[in-house]
Each structure stands twice: as C-alpha cells, then as structure tokens.
Design a protein around this ligand. Structure first.
Ligand code: SF4
Length: 473
C-alpha cells in the first residue's frame, strides 16, 4: 500500500512530533528528527515521510497529498491529539478511501478513546509499531495484525500485543529516509552544531523516573541496542553521503546505560574521526567519559531534573546530587560540553527546592540548560500520582497554551501553578544573566561569525519567549 508517514501540521514551531521528549514549542526554535516515523518508513518501500512542522507546512500544503496515497500514518501526542484528529478528518474528507492510522505514546496508552475519537481514524498502532505498520502496508488484514486497535461495527477490537523488538540490528537504517524525504538543514537544536543528524542506536532505559514518557510506554526498561559495528557503519555512511553534517547525536534515552558497549562504540567512532554527542545519566565514571571524549564525544545531554535530593527520591531518579557534582567536575576536567535539563514543579517542589535547584545548576554550571515544566503524560507513574492526589489544575486546558508553549498543568497545596510557571523564567534569568556565563557565551561567539549570528538569533528568540510567557500562564 502506498504509505504516507506524516508528522501533522501543528502550532508554529511545534517540536512535538515523532522525536521530541517534551512536546511543545521551545524557547528557541528547534526540531528533533521524526525518528519514530522514519523507522517504519524505512521498512515500507516507496513510502514518504513528511515532517510538516519542521518544513513549515500547513494543512493546505499537506491536503493535496491525500490522493497520492492509500494509507496515512500520523504521529500524535497528548498535547497535539485534538489537532492531529482534525488533520486526519481533513485528509479523510479529501480522500475517503485513505486508511488512516495513529501512532505514538498517547494512542498506545489510550487506544480505545483514540480510535473512537473520530470516524476518520481507522486504527491505532500500539507500542512499538514499526513492524505493525510494515505488515499493514503489505496489505495484511486488520484482524490478523498484532498490535492494533480498530473498529468493527462501531466497537473497538484490540488485537494481541506485538512482541517488543529485541534484534535492533534487523531494523533498516533511517539514514536513507532522511536523505530521501527530509531537508537536514531544517533540524536545529541550540546546543548542537548545525546541521546535525540524530538517530537511535537503541531503545529503552533502565531507569524508572516517574515523569519520563517513553520508557514507561513505547520504549520499555530494557535497553535494546544495535551492535557497535552497525552503529559505526551508519555513521560512516553519514560522513560519506551527507558531508555537510557537523555532528551526530545518538538519541537513545540513555546511551551510557550499557557502558562496555558505549566504550566499544566510541572506539569505533574514534577511528572515523567524527564529532558526536548523546544522552547520558550523571552516573558515568571518569574512565568511560575519557574514552568517549578521546574518541570524538563533544557534548552530553544530561537530565539532572532537580538539585533537591528529596525530589530526586520522589521521582525515583536513582541519582544522588553528589554523584552529579562529581560527574560535572569530571566533564569540566575533560572538556566535555554538557547541556543540562531541569524540571520545575515535580512532586515535593516548594520555594526552597526551586532555589536549591537554581543554586545547584549555577554550581555545577552546564554550558547550556533547558528548564521544563513538570508534565504528567498519560501512561506515566506521575500521571497516576497526580490523578490520585488531585494535582491537576482544574482550570487547565491541556498541557500547552494556544501558542504551543508549555503551561504548568500541575499544582500543589503549597505551590500554585503560577508560582511554578514563574520559576521557569527566574531559573533561566538567574542561570544565564551572570557575568561568568555571559563571558562564556561571548567568548564562544568570538570564535566564529557563524556562532555569533546563531547566538544573536537565539538571544532574540529567548527574550521574545520570556516576554511572551507573561501571556500564557
Ligand atoms: S534516565 Fe532519563 S531517559 Fe531514563 S527514565 Fe530517567 S529521565 Fe527517562
């Protein structure tokens, strides 16, 4: 079946599709690669992947595609679901014969209401949907396809679960889909060199952080990986076939979860002379960091979340703040750049812990930071906890504002949603508006004209973001 994989048009600048962990419009315009759609697209011959937000496409741009395909697979998320359903309805109206399926964590957790949300939706593919979609595209009947929920006479049928993919090497590379269908210059992340390419070398995370969406839904808690040799082959292909790429990012939840493999992969990458970066937990020992650094590692994206040990315990982070301090000292010593991510409004947050976390961030001093508002996605431990404790705001209308930026959907007896929301701007200001940080960024800008232009553009967007927030509490 001729298949269209679509990251649907959405809020302007919405980085919420098939590759982003926090689905929202960012402080600085950024887009992750739509990796979760690219993988099944690589399994379906003659398919096409369209990433509408990254390409700046609206509904009028994608509707004419409806008649060119027999099946459309749309990636959806909790914040974008209502909008994605409208896109599905418009596509179905344009081509009533088009079979439309939804994929993503939101439908994996809520298959029944999702498939019933509209007559335009023919099925939802739950959990790891790569082979599910490949089988449907080959024409396998719904009744025989594991992993889908679909309607028969208005009633929802849930087929048996599809087994988790254990042989990751058997999945084809997404690089051919990126080359064929995406414009790599569209993908921009403030702390990565541009253009960059990101892809997965494995799925799943051993940790059980209560707020974290993918390991609790599609990815699971077993880290399933491609072999170091296969990863090195993919990287060598990128070097050869996409020579403009300046950095490769391994988007695995926690690339360092399997240290021997991370070290082995690093050694192979070192032979290629490539600049690379990855997600890591702040528990990687100095020796492993050094091996990775010596073999081309430039940056680590690390989720610190909080500087309060009590909050780290509340969210089951499995991390001690003193480990994180030592880890950061090691990174500074080795010259590894760190982009640190933090969350405001996790269970147990109060004015003291907000201050503690801001002080902690300034003390460990990652090069750049991202601060998010706690978001309780359906399917997570945090979601159930928030439901049981009445932490969801009664007046909240979803997880994002009409502009697509995050809103604080949680609040606590001692901390209002307005206070959580305010903490985010305070955090950014206290972290970035320090003489030492301004000096660091100025120095970085002086190294190249490209970096100067980029940081100036980001600076303008950042100030705009801070001003805009006053309107979106
Ligand atoms: S370590 Fe990171 S990826 Fe793993 S569960 Fe925690 S937040 Fe999620």
């Amino acid at each position: 079946m001729k298949t269209l994989f679509l990251n649907p048009p959405s809020f302007d600048g919405f980085d919420g599709g098939a590759g982003s962990r926090y689905q929202a419009v960012r402080e600085i315009r950024s887009f992750w690669y739509p990796t979760w759609l690219a993988q099944p697209a690589a399994l379906v011959p003659d398919s096409k992947l369209v990433d509408a937000p990254a390409r700046g496409l609206g509904l009028d741009d994608v509707l004419p595609m409806a008649n060119d395909y027999e099946m459309a697979v749309l990636h959806t998320s909790t914040p974008s679901f209502q909008n994605d359903v409208k896109v599905a309805e418009a596509l179905k109206q344009a081509n009533p014969k088009l079979q439309i399926g939804l994929v993503g964590a939101h439908v994996a957790v809520n298959p029944e209401p999702s498939v019933l949300a509209s007559d335009a939706i023919d099925y939802v593919a739950r959990n790891e949907f790569d082979y599910t979609i490949a089988e449907l595209a080959e024409g396998k009947p719904y009744a025989e396809t594991n992993g889908i929920s679909y309607k028969v006479d208005g009633k929802v049928v849930h087929n048996p679960e599809r087994a988790m993919i254990m042989n990751m090497d058997a999945l084809p590379s997404v690089i051919d889909v990126y080359k064929r269908d995406l414009v790599i210059e569209d993908y921009f992340i403030g702390y990565l060199k541009h253009p960059y390419v990101s892809f997965y070398t494995g799925r799943g995370c051993k940790s059980r952080c209560t707020f974290c969406l993918w390991p609790q839904t599609i990815g699971g808690h077993k880290y399933r990986t491609r072999s170091p040799e296969v990863v090195a082959e993919e990287v060598a292909r990128i070097q050869k076939e996409m020579p403009q790429v300046k950095e490769i990012f391994f988007d695995d939840d926690t690339f360092t979860d399997d240290r021997p493999r991370a070290e082995e992969t690093a050694r192979l990458l070192g032979k290629l002379g490539v600049t690379w970066s990855c997600n890591a937990k702040a528990n990687v020992p100095y020796e492993t960091l050094k091996i990775m650094r010596d073999n081309g590692l430039r940056l680590l994206l690390v989720g610190f979340e909080s500087g309060s040990q009590r909050i780290l315990l509340n969210i089951k982070k499995g991390m001690h703040v003193d480990f994180a301090r030592r880890f950061m000292k090691d990174c500074h010593k080795l010259g590894i750049t760190v982009h640190g991510t933090f969350i405001m409004g996790l269970p147990g947050e109060n004015h003291d812990t907000i201050k503690e976390t801001i002080d902690f961030a300034k003390e460990i001093n990652p090069h750049t930071i991202q601060v998010s508002l706690a978001a309780a996605y359906p399917g997570t431990f945090l979601y159930n906890q928030a439901m049981e404790n009445g932490w969801f705001r009664q007046d909240a209308n979803g997880m994002v504002a009409s502009s697509g930026t995050q809103v604080s959907s949680l609040e606590y007896p001692d901390l209002s949603h307005e206070e959580i929301f305010e903490a985010l701007s305070t955090f950014y200001k206290k972290f970035y508006f320090r003489p030492s940080k301004i000096g660091e960024i100025t120095w970085e800008m002086m190294q190249s004209w490209d970096m100067t232009k980029r940081r100036l553009r980001e600076g303008v967007e950042f100030f705009h973001f801070l001003n805009q927030r006053a309107d979106s509490v």
